[in-house]
Write a protein that binds this ligand. Sequence first.
Ligand SMILES: [Ca+2]
Length: 526
Amino acid sequence: MRTKSFVAVAITLLSLICQQSMLTAAPPNFVIIYIDDLGWTNTSVLMDSRYPNNKQSFYETPNIEELAKMGMRFSNAYAPASVCTPSRKSIQIGKSPARIGYTYNGNPLNIKNRKSWADETTLADVLKASGQNYITALFGKGVHEPVAGFGYDVVDDQHGVNGNGGGEWYRKGVPVAPDDPKQVYSLTEKSVKFIRDYAGKRPFFLMLSHYTVHSPLRSTSAVFKKYEAKGAAFPKGDPRTEKKQQQMAAMIEEMDRSIGRVLDALEKAGVTENTYIIFTSDNGGYISVAHDQLRGKKGNLFEDGLRVPMIVAGPNIPESTQCNIPINHWDFLPTFHDLVDAKDPLPEDLDGGSLRSLFEQGNAGQVERTEEAFVFHMPYARMPPVSAIRKGDYKLIRQLITGEELLYNLEDDLSEKRNLAAQLPELVATLSKELDDYLKKVGAEDVQDVFEAQYQHIAEQMVAIEMKYAELIEASGDDLEKIAKLSLARDKQLETLRKFKEEKIDPSRICTNFEGNPRGDFRESN
Ligand SMILES: [Ca+2]
């Protein structure tokens, strides 16, 4: 009897202690370190330990290695798109670019039909709405719209629109100092200050969105010299002897230093244990010494365009682990919602699902999504327009003009070298239908409409140029020399547009090339 009552008292006490600790447990903090254009193989961390031969040592990222020891690598992590803006919108609002209606940078149809941020729930909104006094900050690159519209409390809106220019200019007319390439260090300082200001006082979410390692390649000269010397040791013809590879390696090291400082700041503030630290990239890479591991590059829908490095450390995430279950950045919004036990309902038309059980159990976990497959839609009017669907181990890619379809088993064939479309026609038909159904359901734009919008946009630009110069010529009176100069300038601008139309969005050229724009110049606008 006595033993029984002792046990009962002990259980009551224990449950009171548990309740108390649950009541006093601080809500978790979140830090996303979001890199621009960092490829799957652009770090010294092997994202998939099942392929040990892929390990390379040219890039040196000791702080990312440290983060990998603290948490979980996601070997099948996908960016929502293979270029910046659609990915950056998608990560914030938990929906695919096809559903959002923004599928590639500068798509005139997307811009015309642009939806307002005010109508969408963002990562910051979810945390703010949880009623736990979150403070949220976004520093660095945003999308092609003012970052103030994303719902963050603190932003560093230096450019109105924090696009790629922020990597070169602090603000108009003030170039970034040589010792702060791509603002990599000043963005880090802002982030460290934010952590110092709020850690332990309020739960926080920091999105450190770096301009690095997007082109143009920038680094401090000291770090570049290190890789110049390192590269010189390789035999002629090795990619590591190329200047651009050495510049990229230097940029990557400076990005890694930034991560180290953020980790130090969290540690010093005593919040590491209660902070989810997510490291990833907005799309695939474009320069890598190890590109052959994954096919393609930024801008297309082969794996090196879409598959990105990703590591997550935080509460209940086992150390030094790897999860192979495919995830997409559009999963973050429902994940945050789940991790803070938010009570507000989520938007019903999300593509993502909570990753909580993967964070805690790795490969034994499960993600519940309304949409089981990942659909990528890129009806690009300046290079081969493509869509893709990843479901289970398979990925189907379709060229939207020619209708050609490729099928790969990514578990067996990571490098997408063996097209199985002819061998598995039933699977092709199933995935193809699922792709069509999804695009139809979300009202994704049709490739022909995108082309027409692009042609119309060019025609409108031409009319605007004609009108502008007609007025200027009219105002020039009898000044023949001035009129001749103006006419020349007008003709030059019209010719540029004509060439752009013929060379960049010529359907016959687009039809012939599945791999991507051989000139590679599409990158400059990304
Ligand atoms: Ca990018």
